[in-house]
Design a protein around this ligand. Structure first.
Ligand code: SAM
Length: 262
């Protein structure tokens, strides 16, 4: 189908339990081509080599699929599993996910390609990236995917976004304390905020634990792993929302980064 090594991409996805279909492979190829095309006139990614984009953007974004809680809830919503039977959180619903500070769409777009039934919101404060994402949504024919141009601090205050999502994900946006203030307000009680981190998670955790508690979260799980076939370390932190986020959070735009809860 192409000059690119799709077998290697498939193999890497398999490590996280994903069997890529031909349709999904085509969508990833279109995404790659548009990413490179738009990157020639706007700053979307420093990584452009195909194999590197596959590993550090596509496969890295999909690492969350290895987390049982994420997988079970998504699969339940697709009617392929009976996990969670009788759980009000899972009944009669389409699972929703918001990607805060999505940039060129990571991890939100790869997750949407893999789970087409997922209702995805991609939020970023840079409008030119939102324009790129709107093109991706159109060209890849992704249904139930929307973009929002704005700051997380502002949208998390709005009733139609606050505590509306089953999952919030975020990669490479801020330190854990700041990020939790930007992300947890979007999550429903019993939903999850999943933070993609490098190997430095432990250092951030000691500073972030207080913020997680104040904002209504509880650390559910930490996953440390290597990107497939490499020695690149990554971690995922899964925070379950156990209480409503107090109304005063997030504080006004810029404050969570300037004065992280500590
Ligand atoms: N998540 C993507 C990734 O992993 O490739 C992009 C990471 S990029 C380093 C950080 C992105 O977060 C930028 O696109 C920036 O505009 C966005 N961002 C930073 N602070 C934000 C905020 N308070 N609200 C919304 N977007 C924000």
């Amino acid at each position: 189908m192409s000059l690119y090594n799709m077998e290697d991409f498939k193999k890497k996805c398999k490590v996280f339990g994903i069997d890529l279909s031909e349709v999904q492979i085509e969508k990833f190829m279109d995404y790659y081509k548009l990413l490179i095309e738009w990157n020639s006139f706007m700053n979307l990614t420093a990584i452009t080599d195909f194999e590197e984009v596959v590993l550090k953007h596509f496969v890295d974004s999909l690492a969350v699929c290895q987390m049982k809680e994420f997988f079970d809830i998504i699969k339940f919503s697709e009617g392929k599993s009976n996990v969670g039977d009788g759980n009000a959180f899972l009944e009669n619903k389409q699972v929703s996910l918001i990607d805060v500070g999505t940039g060129a769409g990571f991890p939100g777009i790869p997750l949407k390609i893999i789970y087409p039934d997922l209702k995805v919101t991609l939020l970023d404060s840079l409008n030119k990236r939102i324009k790129f994402l709107n093109t991706i949504i159109d060209e890849l024919n992704l249904k139930n995917a929307e973009t929002i141009h704005g700051r997380a601090e502002d949208f998390a205050k709005q009733q139609s976004y606050r505590e509306q999502y089953d999952f919030c994900v975020s990669r490479a946006v801020a330190n854990l304390s700041t990020l939790t203030e930007l992300c947890l307000p979007f999550v429903k009680v019993e939903g999850y905020f999943i933070s993609y981190k490098s190997e430095k998670l432990k250092e951030e955790l000691s500073a972030g634990e207080k913020a997680i508690k104040i904002l209504g979260g509880k650390i559910e799980r930490q996953e440390e792993y290597l990107l497939p076939d490499t020695d690149i370390k990554r971690s995922l932190l899964m925070i379950r929302k156990v209480n409503d986020t107090p109304k005063k959070y997030p504080r006004k735009a810029g404050t969570p980064a300037k004065e992280p809860i500590s």
